[in-house]
Design a protein around this ligand. Structure first.
Ligand SMILES: Nc1ncnc2c1ncn2[C@@H]1O[C@H](COP(=O)(O)OP(=O)(O)OP(=O)(O)O)[C@@H](O)[C@H]1O
Length: 281
């Protein structure tokens, strides 16, 4: 079953197209990474899918209904969203902020303890939000987005302010949620994160999806058809894959000259740069 379907979506702000023509779908249970340089339109699409913006043209559906229905309270229960403007009550404590969400979703008391553990903030529960570090705030916002264990979770750069230990903790928690059935739509600038977490990724550039597939598939598709060979005498070669190269390698092998042979596989970051012509932003 598809949880998200996007068909020929365009969104313009005045004369400028933030999204030109975007189509894709996400099946239930997938962790999908939406990648693209700064300003590519990733947040705009999340806003369309969560009924904060309407597309200029095209269709966006969530749970097999037009995305604008996500405004309705029955639908709001079904998804969670983390963006950098997710609001927190600054003068309330971590726990008091979460209590508001718990009541809103009509959840049992234990939900707050559970989610605090999830984001590794049990020790900070009494702290006022305005006294938290950036990374702690990000974890409180994440806690608010997942306290009701939604069917669908939108995460706009969820680990941008986190140290590696807390990122790893969050990844583990997100995998756990995903195993329990939550579909996750994730934007990130961290290619290692995308590779580690996502079943599939799409790279957005100039308002259109340039490539879509699993990180493994994309790396295979963009593999250089070349082999690099280091010889024991210090010489190094990059050779096209083919019969002539095979003969040369066989000859070097016979003479015991091979130190290392490697086929070149690009990283997701290499593919990103190739597709967008930009450095990671
Ligand atoms: N409300 C708005 N009015 C006018 N232009 C907007 C509005 N919202 C977004 N834009 C423009 O649309 C484009 C896409 O913005 P968006 O925030 O979706 O990018 P993004 O891919 O999420 O970027 P980042 O990675 O920096 O968060 C940008 O050029 C932005 O300036």
């Amino acid at each position: 079953m598809e949880v998200i379907q996007v068909e020929r979506v365009r969104k313009s702000f005045g004369p400028k197209d933030a999204l030109a023509d975007v189509s894709f779908s996400i099946p239930k249970g997938e962790i999908f990474g939406f990648l693209g340089p700064s300003g590519a339109g990733k947040t705009t699409l999340i806003k369309i899918l969560t009924a904060q913006l309407n597309p200029t043209s095209g269709q966006a559906s969530v749970f097999n209904q037009p995305a604008e229905r996500m405004r309705q309270s029955a639908q709001k229960m079904r998804f969670g969203i983390l963006t950098d403007n997710s609001g927190l009550y600054e003068r309330l404590s971590v726990e008091e902020n979460l209590e508001l969400y718990r009541k809103l979703y009509d959840l049992p008391k234990a939900a707050v303890d559970k989610v605090l553990q999830f984001v590794n903030l049990s020790g900070e529960r009494k702290k006022k939000v305005n006294l938290l570090s950036k990374g702690m705030r990000q974890r409180v916002m994440l806690a608010c987005a997942i306290i009701h264990e939604p069917e669908l979770l939108f995460l706009d750069e969820p680990t941008s302010a986190l140290d590696p230990v807390n990122s790893a903790h969050i990844y583990k928690g997100l995998r756990y949620l995903n195993e329990k059935g939550t579909t996750i739509f994730l934007t990130t600038h961290d290619m290692a994160e995308a590779e580690l977490m996502c079943n599939r990724v799409a790279i957005l550039y100039q308002g259109q999806i340039q490539v879509i597939g699993s990180p493994k598939e994309l790396k295979r598709q963009h593999r250089k058809h070349a082999v690099s060979v280091d010889l024991t005498n210090g010489e190094a070669y990059e050779l096209p894959i083919g019969g002539e190269t095979a003969d040369r390698i066989a000859d070097w092998m016979k003479r015991g000259l091979i130190d290392r042979i490697e086929t070149k596989e690009p990283s997701l970051g290499d593919i990103f740069i190739k597709m967008t012509g930009s450095e990671l932003l």
